[in-house]
Write a new protein. Sequence first.
Length: 316
Amino acid sequence: MVTTEAPTRAIVTSDAASAGRRARRTAARAPRPVGRPGGIAGAVLVNAALVVAAVYFLLPIVWVVIAATKSTGDLYGTFGLWFSDAPQAWENLVSLFTQDGGAFSIWIVNSVVYSGGGALIATVISTAAGYAFAKYSFRGKEALFWTILGGVLVPATVIALPLYFLLNSIGLTGSYWSVLLPSMVSPFGVYLARIHANSSVPDEVVEAARIDGAGDLRIFSSIASRMMTPAIVTIFLFQFVTIWNNYLLPLVMLNDPKRFPITLGLTLWNSQIQRDPAFTTLVVTGSAVSVILLVVLMVSLQRFWKADLTAGATKG
């Protein structure tokens, strides 16, 4: 016993020393915590970049809302980011909705029809397609999915003219359908729906429903669609905003001002500013109303799309 005690102690001491050296090397290579000077500088840099981005995106909105309260003279004679001494927001709104026999009201209704109808149908198609890509196996699935997703990379300017010739050949140009039909497809919506179906609809739930006798259509409509509610709302919002702000497609397809959306209608008024500067106030006020309507829609549904963006950032 006496002869083995010393070597044992030496081995233990050597192992402890080696472990201590490894711990010190690991600590030296470990990233510094945020509380240290380098971490603070990084946090300040990131926050500063976020502030700059927020100002960049919010400044035009602030300007257009303030400008909507000014007269034509004050638009050019006062500081753009502050109210004039004699605001006339109500007068501008009255002029906006009474000009040209209430044309702006017609343009709002048209925009709601185009955006609401197109976004609703695109959401249904995208959700069903994304769910199918996530939960079913079939030959050529990945090739088909990436082909659809490739549509995100195709600029709208590239397909505008082919779409015009296609719809003109069947007599749909100049009608509501010429704007609605191309708006019913959302490749990004298919991608988002597939990601969310993979992360929020467990295969065990689908199999249990099948064992209970539920068909595929019932599983999708009654179970999966409820689990995918955040994705459905997000797809609807993205598509709604995209169609609402679309300018090129209505410009190519429509020729009757009574079918114009807000974007095309305000452009029509903007072309008359040189003849009558009073149209400047109408264009600015109409732009403010259009932006405010979108902001109200986004804020009212934010609890859904914020949850979905978080899920998409953490699950693949």
